[in-house]
Design a protein around this ligand. Sequence first.
Ligand SMILES: Nc1ncnc2c1ncn2[C@@H]1O[C@H](COP(=O)(O)OP(=O)(O)OP(=O)(O)O)[C@@H](O)[C@H]1O
Ligand SMILES: [Mg+2]
Length: 225
Amino acid sequence: MHIRIENLSKQYEEHHVKALNELNLSFEKGEFVAIMGPSGCGKSTLLNIIAGIDRQSSGRIFIGEHELSAMSENALTEMRRDNIGFIFQFFNLLSTLTVYENVALPLELAAKCGAAEIKKRAMEMLEKVSLAARHDFYPSQLSGGEMQRVAIARALVNNPQLIVADEPTGNLDTENGEQVLELFRKLCREGMHTAIMATHSQEAANCADRIVRMKDGRILESSIK
Ligand SMILES: Nc1ncnc2c1ncn2[C@@H]1O[C@H](COP(=O)(O)OP(=O)(O)OP(=O)(O)O)[C@@H](O)[C@H]1O
Ligand SMILES: [Mg+2]
């Protein structure tokens, strides 16, 4: 879905840090955009606000027809659950749940389908990331690349319109990083998901349709490749 960001600012009051400074940006439906820029320029802050994990200090964000920035906490939680998938640098899998349980969890929380349907969808998703054979493993029994593939499966299983990824290959070696990224791009294309990814890697960014460069909480440039 189309996303529009208007004059977005984020101030961390206690430290007087202005992490985002009147930032304007938009994303087309189905677009895969890489966000680059030096450490501390505000990439994670921006992603967290777009994903509804954190709140802006001022400015507005529209996701499709909905104004994310004006939503109540409950509406935001629902929006996140139904429409947004998040992939983290450190995978953030739940260590006491198996691979299958991690992937099924968003479907359980959404409570929109029955047990048989949940099982079918979660296993299909695990097949797409080539991890069906690992369904009963715990995260600690997986390699880094496998953990990130589980995280991708979990982020996509609800078929969210928007996927936000914060340095998804930051903890992977080059080969695993490339594999994970290739898979991520393929699945985003297939599902027409809009994907926004922060990265320090030029190779990773080259997979995207567009690269946006940030500096000091603002957009420096946005180039179509
Ligand atoms: N909770 C917080 N309180 C105060 N300042 C914060 C907080 N979180 C982030 N910041 C500051 O906001 C700025 C932007 O941080 P952010 O994490 O968005 O950067 P980043 O571009 O993701 O960096 P990196 O590439 O290192 O991940 C930094 O200067 C950081 O110190
Ligand atoms: Mg960051």
